[in-house]
Design a protein around this ligand. Structure first.
Ligand code: CP
Ligand code: NVA
Length: 304
């Protein structure tokens, strides 16, 4: 693995290796065992969109690994004034050991990887959110012991989270059912992959997708960058909510995950959110452990 640009690029084995290393780093962190594997390394973090979890978990994760995290707001970089990504990539490659970027276009992340000579990590684009879904998979495996025989149900917008959950879920062997309004389907590239896998279904009926689910996941109706569509989306997504009725169709021990930030009474009810808060906040914590594993795999592939 040279970069983490999207989960479509990873094999099942690579995903499982990241999760195994994340478990080990989590154990070390919980037991106060130092693990300065990335001593002397520097991570640049470019943010073109807001972030709480991604920024803090990467920054503190790099610190815990003995490395140095550098926060780079796009507003302050020349890239924000139009310096080409090709040049930014080549310059940053001379200073840093790895770049994490959160931006709009997937192409920008792919270009950074193509023109630079250091590993690039996708910290969210409009197309996908691979770091989040690695943390989600870690959380599912922690609670359910294995992925075998599990059904994951995603309800909501066919957005970056839907794209990564579908790919990640199918790659590790889960059944995946997605319920999205017809006009807000996941990306065609993802559907092409998913339709070639066993156990994928896409419907516009949340109740149908939730039947016998072991894991229910949702995300905001309007992602970052879609602020002008908020009112129109509130109408289009009415009914695409994880609530007691939807939960009733799933297995009685079903988990509920949400990448956060959550909009209560839109994609999830307050009641369901609070009833599953321990899972949701474990999921948020697992961003730290999963991303530390990704950084080690990319910057020190022979460590461990
Ligand atoms: N889930 C997630 O990526 O959160 P942030 O937007 O706060 O980074
Ligand atoms: N789909 C959301 C995820 C936020 C972590 C967004 O892109 O805003």
């Amino acid at each position: 693995m040279k970069h983490l640009l999207k989960l479509l690029d990873l094999s099942k084995e690579e995903i499982v290796e990241i999760l195994d290393l994340a478990d080990k780093l989590k154990y070390q962190r919980k037991h106060g065992i130092p693990h300065p594997i990335l001593e002397g390394k520097t991570l640049g973090m470019i943010f073109q969109k807001a972030s709480t979890r991604t920024r803090v978990s990467f920054e503190t994760g790099m610190y815990q690994l003995g490395g140095y995290p550098l926060f780079l707001s796009a507003n302050d970089l020349q890239i924000g004034r139009g310096e080409p990504v090709q040049d930014t990539a080549r310059v940053l490659s001379r200073y840093l050991d790895c770049i994490m970027i959160r931006t709009f276009a997937q192409k920008e992340v792919e270009d950074l990887a193509e023109y630079g000579s250091i590993p690039v990590i996708n910290g969210l684009t409009d197309f996908c959110h691979p770091c989040q879904v690695l943390a989600d998979l870690l959380t599912i495996r922690e609670k359910k012991s294995s992925f075998e025989g599990l059904k994951m149900c995603y309800i909501g917008d066919g957005n970056n989270m839907a794209n990564s959950l579908i790919v990640g879920g199918l790659k590790v062997g889960m059944e995946v059912a997605a319920a999205c309004p017809k006009a807000y389907s996941p990306s065609q590239e993802v559907l092409d992959f998913a339709n070639g896998c066993e156990g994928f279904t896409l419907t516009d009926n949340p109740m149908e997708a939730a039947v016998n689910a072991d894991v229910l996941v949702t995300d905001v109706w309007s992602s970052m960058g879609m602020e002008s569509e908020i009112e129109q989306r509130k109408i289009a997504f009415r009914g695409y909510q994880i609530n007691d009725t939807v939960l009733g169709a799933a297995h009685s021990d079903a988990m509920v995950l949400h990448c956060l930030p959550a909009h209560r009474e839109e994609e999830i009810t307050e009641k369901v959110f609070e009833a599953h808060a321990s899972e949701i906040f474990d999921e948020a914590e697992n961003r730290l452990h999963a991303q530390k594993a990704v950084m080690v795999k990319l910057m020190m592939p022979d460590a461990e």
